[in-house]
Design a protein around this ligand. Structure first.
Ligand code: AMP
Ligand code: MG
Length: 453
């Protein structure tokens, strides 16, 4: 599959609405150097600079909070654990009073269970049998694991070294009362959910859930549930996008496939912008497309058509639907009722997923309120030569694994045509080969972006 470019990018009348003479970023301005491309990092910066952090929040039950983002610092009102307690089943003793290199023998004076407490103070030379989670009795500081001990009558003996404080969990060692257990902007994963539960939270304040509208374009794209006409293709991208969005915790408005008609496109865009926090389409942004999408986008918003220095996914449209004067119907919720970010992703199914991961995901993370988000990247050793193109970031589909030597290695899935969706299915990562490289040799390190974060 050859990639196409925007007609605007080759024409001297090209208009890049957000590029002004004062900006140094003319590298992708076709009038300057024949249509060089916008680097990926620059595109992400431009996108993020047009988006704001969320303002609105709501309270949700803790059980519903996974995949949401905390809207306030979570200050703990309790110590976790609340009491200094045992991490093992065994015997609580005072190790500080032990003499070195002597056979240790203790009189067992009582028992303490989790949830209970030992009423007295334990003297040196005495031990209390203790269960995991039970509070450490007064006078003791360490736990001897039961497996290390022998019991005869009420005499417990053990040998071997003891470190003062061993197998004891100190009060507040996990979270101390008054400290921020979690910060605003943190994504609630199952582990954060558990931590919030350990603080006794029943409800948490989170940023509002995002609603994203998706649609497909193209007369050749047909919905499932009907026979496939000749020269047509079932709509793939809408489902990939809906899955990606659902996995990120977004609500999805499915607008289906929009017919090739400017009027319909305009009304779809306006309506979608009124209902959703973001609108995403696929197809129709590269050269050779009926111009109705671009005309419709120009009519309802300020959209930029970029050629990005990447493969796959070079054409990308991004901008805002609506205007400062509010041409889009006011939304009930949302940070700015008159503007809704729009992404026009390329039509090729692989390019859709790659561009979603590189551009839409960071945008959504910001709009969700997630601070300090970065795509997960690591380095792996190439198992064979990997081809790229100079001056573009190449995202090929890869399979990473740990080899027999315990090394993280990566290989290509094979044919990398941007329409070959099975390459995505075989892959567990994208291999990211930077602009300056045309090739990575076997044995060299290369960046990978594992799927599934
Ligand atoms: P476009 O970007 O519209 O030129 O589309 C590029 C390629 O992607 C063409 O082969 C289209 O048929 C294909 N394509 C566009 N939209 C979809 C879709 N929703 N599902 C599957 N393939 C698509
Ligand atoms: Mg098309």
């Amino acid at each position: 599959m050859t990639e196409t470019i925007f007609p605007e990018a080759n024409s001297p009348e090209a208009v890049f609405p957000e590029t002004t003479a004062s900006e140094p970023l003319s590298c992708f301005d076709p009038a300057v150097n024949g249509g060089a491309m916008l680097p990926v990092a620059e595109s992400i910066e431009r996108i993020l600079s047009q988006l704001s952090w969320p303002q609105q929040n709501e309270e949700v039950a803790l059980a519903e909070a996974v995949n949401r983002v905390l809207a306030q610092d979570q200050i703990s009102t309790i110590n976790v654990p609340q009491q200094t307690n045992s991490a093992m089943d065994g015997y609580a003793i005072c190790a500080a009073a032990l003499k070195e290199n002597e056979q240790q023998s203790f009189k067992v004076v009582g028992q303490v269970f989790a949830g209970g407490s030992y009423p007295g103070t334990v003297s040196p030379g005495e031990a209390v049998e203790i269960m995991t989670g039970a509070p450490v009795p007064a006078g003791t500081d360490s736990i001897i694991m039961r497996e290390m001990t022998e019991l005869q009558g009420d005499q417990m003996t053990f040998s071997g070294p003891v470190a003062v404080g061993q197998h004891v969990r100190q009060r507040g060692e996990d979270i101390s009362a008054g400290s921020a257990a979690l910060s605003a902007g943190c994504l609630i994963r199952p582990q954060e959910q558990g931590l919030l539960a350990s603080l006794g939270m029943q409800k948490v304040k989170v940023y509002r859930q995002l609603t994203v509208a998706v649609f497909s374009t193209g007369d050749e794209v047909v919905p499932q549930g009907q026979p496939l006409p000749e020269n047509c293709i079932y709509d793939t991208n809408r489902f990939t996008l809906m899955g990606l969005l659902q996995r990120m915790g977004c609500k999805v408005i499915d607008l289906g496939i929009i017919e090739d008609n400017q009027q319909v496109m305009e009304s779809t865009l306006s309506e979608a912008a009124g209902q959703a926090d973001m609108v995403i389409s696929s197809g129709g942004v590269s050269m050779g497309q009926a111009d109705y999408i671009k005309l419709a986008l120009q009519a309802v918003g300020e959209i930029n058509f970029w050629r990005i220095a990447m493969r796959p996914g070079r054409p990308l449209a991004f901008g805002q639907l609506g205007s400062d004067t509010g041409t889009v119907a006011g939304k009930e919720t949302g940070t700015d009722t008159s503007k809704t970010p729009f992404f026009g992703l390329p039509g090729n199914p692989v390019a859709v997923m790659v561009t979603f991961l590189q551009f839409v995901q960071p945008a959504l993370r910001k709009m969700m309120g997630q601070r300090d988000w970065q795509p997960v990247r690591m380095t792996a050793v190439a198992e064979h030569t990997l081809k790229s193109r100079l001056n573009r970031i190449d995202y090929s589909r890869g399979i990473y694994r740990i080899n027999d030597q315990g090394q993280l290695v990566v290989s290509s899935t094979g044919a990398q045509g941007s329409g070959i969706l099975t390459s995505m299915v075989q892959a567990n990562c994208l291999i990211e080969i930077g602009e300056p490289l045309a090739q990575v040799e076997a044995g060299q390190s290369v960046l990978i972006q594992p799927f599934g974060d």
